[in-house]
Write a protein that binds this ligand. Structure first.
Ligand code: TXA
Ligand code: MG
Length: 328
């Protein structure tokens, strides 16, 4: 059992000591829980891949305490990067920047760029300050599985290999950070996430190329596999109208959204936001999927998920559901 600890100053000091000694700690962030290790030391980086059973071609995000701590890790900043840092950090935005020699190749899967972000969760920030290190932290779930938004999700997903989970409560944003890179000098969104693309475009004053998609064909980013974030049972994604018109088979679970009444006959229904609020829906997404997936008594055999409006955080939600639906 991995110990779940209250994030009091004493436990944060102990966790920081473990991180400095090369061990791994699961930490809360505002997006999802992260599995953290010293980003400057190849040994804990290798452990992160091993514990998550993550392929080495999928690079890690490096977390730092503030924008100043990014300087030693990067060579230079593309046009607009500073503005985005000022505007959205701390917060759910990851920037992919040319890396300095300090960043081990293992963190970037051998790529010349490193992904960095400053998380806003007070426990993550306290831990970063206390360790004085940049922390590489992918989402704290086994590779390909649902992302964790509570300490319990993390503790249930791993047997060992992690020093402790600091319990910072449910993640408030609920979907991973938006990942932005520059391609031929132009901003390109590699993963939709906690900062809507509309907000990025507004801050930059230029259009952002959306290269996310389903990762088939030209992979925009090495981690962009066609499937991901998957529950253990099959998930089918459709328009709400199509779901309402389908008769449900036995033991199906329904992921619903908005104030329209959910169709009858489902063994379990989760409404991401009865009032139709996409922020609330994002915050509830992974916990709702975990509950449907784990609804033991109801023995859910399939999850039917209704697409949410494709705007704001809705894009990040639909992208996660699309990837969950592609696991065969
Ligand atoms: O919100 C988040 O970003 C969470 C929390 C823990 O901070 N972390 C997270 O990490 O989602 P992870 O490992 O699940 O996703 C990292 C993704 C990679 O799969 C890849 O798509 C992109 O970020 N990425 C990382 N480094 C990159 C690089 N050098 N070039 C291009 N894409 C990169
Ligand atoms: Mg992940």
């Amino acid at each position: 059992m991995i110990p779940v600890l209250d994030p009091n100053p004493e436990n944060i000091r102990a966790a920081a000591m473990a991180l400095r000694a090369g061990r791994l700690v699961a930490m809360p962030t505002e997006t999802v829980y992260g599995l953290a290790g010293n980003a400057l030391d190849p040994a804990p980086l290798a452990r992160i891949f091993e514990v998550k059973r993550r392929p080495f071609f999928d690079p890690l995000i490096v977390h730092v305490a503030d924008a100043a701590a990014v300087q030693p890790l990067v060579r230079d900043l593309p046009e607009g990067a500073q503005r985005l840092m000022d505007r959205f950090w701390p917060g759910p935005l990851t920037l992919v920047l040319p890396k300095s020699h300090l960043v081990p190749d293992l963190a970037t899967s051998g790529l010349p760029e490193v992904a960095v972000r400053v998380p806003s969760h007070p426990v993550a920030r306290a831990l970063l300050r206390e360790t004085g290190l940049p922390l590489a932290a992918p989402s704290a779930n086994p590779f390909g599985a649902l992302s964790p938004t509570t300490a319990e999700h993390v503790a249930n997903a791993f047997e060992d290999g992690i020093e402790c989970v600091l319990d910072g409560g449910p993640s408030s944003v609920g979907v991973e950070s938006s990942v932005l890179a520059w391609r031929n000098g132009k901003p390109a969104l590699l993963r939709p996430g906690g900062i809507p693309v509309e907000a990025l475009e507004e801050a930059l004053g230029v259009a952002v190329l959306v290269v996310g998609g389903d990762g088939l064909g030209a992979q925009p980013s090495p981690g962009m596999l066609p499937w991901h974030y998957a529950p253990s049972v099959p998930l089918t994604l459709s328009e709400a109208k199509a779901i309402a018109a389908t008769t449900t088979a036995e033991n199906e679970g329904l992921l619903w959204f908005g104030d329209a009444e959910a169709p009858a006959g489902y063994a379990r229904v989760e409404n991401l936001s009865p009032s139709g609020d996409l922020r609330e829906a994002a915050a509830n997404l992974f916990a709702a999927l975990h509950r449907l997936d784990a609804s033991g008594a109801a023995r859910i055999s399939r999850i039917r998920a209704a697409r949410v409006p494709d705007e704001g955080l809705g894009r990040a939600i639909n992208e996660r559901l699309e990837k969950a639906s592609k696991k065969t």
